[in-house]
Structure formats: structure tokens, C-alpha cells
Design a protein around this ligand. Structure first.
Ligand code: ZN
Ligand code: ZN
Ligand code: ZN
Length: 111
């Protein structure tokens, strides 16, 4: 249910050492997200829904400078603004992130 990844406690189902989970476990599914509602890190919204016990709250635009994205490849933390502008590539290690995550941005970030 939880795993320490690059010194961050990530909560989720079947979390692997690069933040993949039971729901998203492709090669490039390697980010975890810090949720605004609880301050806890999860690999995905479904892990949050199953484990957190409360509804997720999207990050408001005024707080997009918060470091809320963890690269499972290198442990670098991106701000939400950096993540939204990174073209699905880690700014630090150049690891590819799943571009399909963009379909779910409204679950995590105000748009
Ligand atoms: Zn939460
Ligand atoms: Zn998940
Ligand atoms: Zn990285």
C-alpha cells in the first residue's frame, strides 16, 4: 500500500520503485502526484480514490508553483507549472512521462 521512492512516501496499490501502480503500469507511467487535499503522494487518482477516504481536490491555479510532481525515474520534484510545460519529459533526467496523463489533468489541476 505504500513505498518509499527517492525518500518520498508514495501511497498506492502495487506501487513499484518508479511509481507505477496497479492502474497505470506502462513503461512511461513514472510520476507520482502530491494531492492538494491531503498533502500525500499517490501514483494516480484511482489510488487516491481507493485509499485516501476523501474526494480529491484539484490544485488551484494560484498554487501551480508547488512542487507536486515526483519523477519516478530520478526523484526530481517538478512544480505543477513545470510539469504542464515539460512536454512529458523530466526536466532533470529527460525521462519520458506518459503523455496520456494529460487526459486526466482536470482531476489534479484546475484548468
Ligand atoms: Zn487527498
Ligand atoms: Zn493507481
Ligand atoms: Zn527525472
Amino acid at each position: 500500500m505504500e513505498r518509499i521512492i527517492h525518500n518520498i512516501l508514495v501511497l498506492g496499490l502495487n506501487v513499484d520503485e518508479q511509481t507505477r501502480c496497479a492502474h497505470y503500469h506502462g513503461e512511461d507511467d513514472v510520476i507520482a502526484i502530491k494531492f492538494r487535499c491531503c498533502g500525500d503522494w499517490f501514483p494516480c487518482h484511482e489510488c487516491h480514490a481507493e485509499l485516501a477516504g476523501h474526494a480529491a481536490v484539484p490544485w488551484p491555479k494560484e498554487e501551480f508553483d508547488a512542487a507536486a510532481i515526483l519523477c519516478g525515474g530520478c526523484g526530481h520534484q517538478l512544480s505543477i507549472r513545470e510539469y504542464l510545460d515539460c512536454n512529458s519529459v523530466c526536466l532533470h533526467c529527460r525521462r519520458r512521462f506518459n503523455p496520456g496523463c494529460a487526459n486526466h489533468y482536470p482531476l489534479y489541476f484546475d484548468s
